[in-house]
Design a protein around this ligand. Structure first.
Ligand code: TMP
Length: 212
């Protein structure tokens, strides 16, 4: 497998989607290479169906372990169908969220425990890890403000019903992950203006390729 696997992580309202939208064309131009852009949960037909199931605001009775298993199941299918084949073809894959999301949201914020979530994800991924992860760090209250501001243009999902404490716990879990994975994860200050966040991400990824 010779491709490069890049993931973008962050709490809700960190601006991931907007950043990826502007960042990828710039990177494709500078690297003179097409990028496979994908997302989790989702990214393939079956995994998108699992996404609908997980994020449906009506599914309030969903058990936290069921939720964790569904994220891992969607991930497995997406990996096998899309990510691994692209990496085998030596492509650059940029994925909006991956295992770190499950560690932060299910492992810590939902209180299942990092080790248990790491274990089911080890099973789902057979240990495949990103080469580099950009973590878009945003303060919980700023993230929530952005979610509320974008309510009309962004689909409101089940996790958007969570309160400030949940969002704070997601953020602190991510900060711990960055501390524990200093070579793979790079923190980007996403409290800044969108243009600055995009340019910071751009510089980090280009530097990563320069050092390969
Ligand atoms: P998105 O808004 O970035 O598309 O993600 C959908 C929601 O799913 C978001 O609130 C984060 C959550 N999520 C998890 O809780 N665990 C996971 O493993 C993934 C991939 C996403």
């Amino acid at each position: 497998m010779k491709g490069i696997f890049i993931t973008i992580e962050g709490p809700d309202g960190s601006g991931k989607t907007s950043v990826i939208h502007s960042l990828l064309p710039k990177l494709e131009e500078s690297l003179a290479q097409a990028i496979v852009a994908t997302r989790e949960p989702g990214g393939s037909k079956i995994a998108e169906k699992i996404r609908e199931l997980i994020l449906n605001p009506e599914h309030t009775e969903m058990d936290v372990r069921t939720e964790a298993l569904l994220y891992a199941a969607a991930r497995r299918q997406h990996l096998v169908e899309k990510i691994i084949p692209a990496l085998n073809e030596e492509k650059i894959v940029v994925c909006d969220r991956f295992v770190d999301s499950s560690l932060a949201y299910q492992g810590v914020a939902r209180g299942i425990g990092i080790e248990q979530i790491a274990a089911i994800n080890q099973f789902a991924t057979e240990g495949l890890s990103p080469d580099i992860t950009l973590y878009l760090d945003v303060e919980a209250h700023i993230g929530l403000e952005r979610i509320n501001k974008n309510k009309d243009i962004r689909q409101f999902d089940r996790l958007d019903q969570e309160d400030l404490t949940f969002h704070q716990s997601v953020r602190s879990a991510y900060l711990d992950l960055v501390e524990k994975n200093p070579t793979r994860m790079v923190l980007v200050n996403a409290n800044q203006e969108l243009e600055k966040v995009i340019s910071d991400c751009y510089v980090i990824v280009l530097e990563y390729f320069r050092q390969l």
